[in-house]
Design a protein around this ligand. Structure first.
Ligand code: 5RP
Length: 220
């Protein structure tokens, strides 16, 4: 189903574009297909990766990597998501790349999301990934607690201690009883929180949902 979504997204890739690339397993499939597509069609495109993981995959698949410094307004950004609600609000950050993902999505002229159907939910209901400056962690945790949120530091596997993001920060997962996008935007404006994983629907242009028998495009 991820493949179906990734294949559909290729239809929006035109010669000469600058393309933001999100992170995660769905995006990995997209990049692999993109590499083949670009080679086969002889396209000249440049990509802006949102994580070291994506950068490595992009280079290994023969894509030309550029940066926001050279191209502050990419033509399109394609990324996955952990959850998508009926209004196309998203939760992202399962892979801890939410900050760069949000920057590139916001910077781009269009933001297209590729997911398999398991990501479609009635309402956003998972802990919200949050990137936090290590210096501020104790204070941020306390402030979130005062606001009624439980903040769990994400711990590494195969390394002691917390997960460190590509930006050198901590990633925490914040439990929220009922997610109200506007309220999260207000409450999470705490010094030391670099970014959070709620991507409001205003950022999203369309969602491509991969299903067993094809892909469905959901527009706002
Ligand atoms: C990484 C993300 C990913 O887009 C999200 O976790 C979905 O990943 P996958 O395609 O592996 O399910 O936000 O920070």
């Amino acid at each position: 189903m991820k493949e179906k979504a990734a294949e559909k997204a290729l239809e929006f890739v035109e010669n000469g574009i600058v393309l933001g690339l999100g992170s995660g397993s769905t995006v990995r499939i997209f990049i692999e297909k993109l590499g083949e597509f670009v080679k086969k069609e002889g396209l000249r495109i440049e990509v802006i990766p949102t994580s070291y993981d994506t950068e490595i995959i992009a280079v290994k698949n023969g894509l030309r990597v550029t940066s926001l410094l050279e191209h502050p307004e990419p033509d399109l950004c394609v990324d996955g998501a952990d959850q998508v609600d009926p209004n196309l609000n998203l939760i992202k950050g399962g892979g801890g790349a939410l900050t760069r993902e949000k920057i590139v999505a916001e910077a781009s002229k269009k933001f297209y999301v590729i997911v398999d159907e398991s990501k479609i939910v009635e309402s956003l209901n998972m802990p919200i990934p949050v990137e936090i400056l290590p210096f501020a962690y104790g204070f941020v945790e306390k402030r979130l607690k005062e606001l009624g949120y439980n903040c769990k530091l994400r711990m590494s596997v195969k390394k002691l201690g917390p997960v460190i993001s590509d930006n050198g920060n901590y990633i925490a997962d914040v439990e929220v009883e009922k997610i109200d996008v506007g309220r999260i935007e207000r409450d999470f404006r705490i010094p030391g929180i670099i970014e959070h994983g709620v991507f409001p629907s205003e950022m999203v242009d369309l969602v491509i949902v991969g299903r067993k028998d094809g892909a469905e495009i959901i527009r706002k």
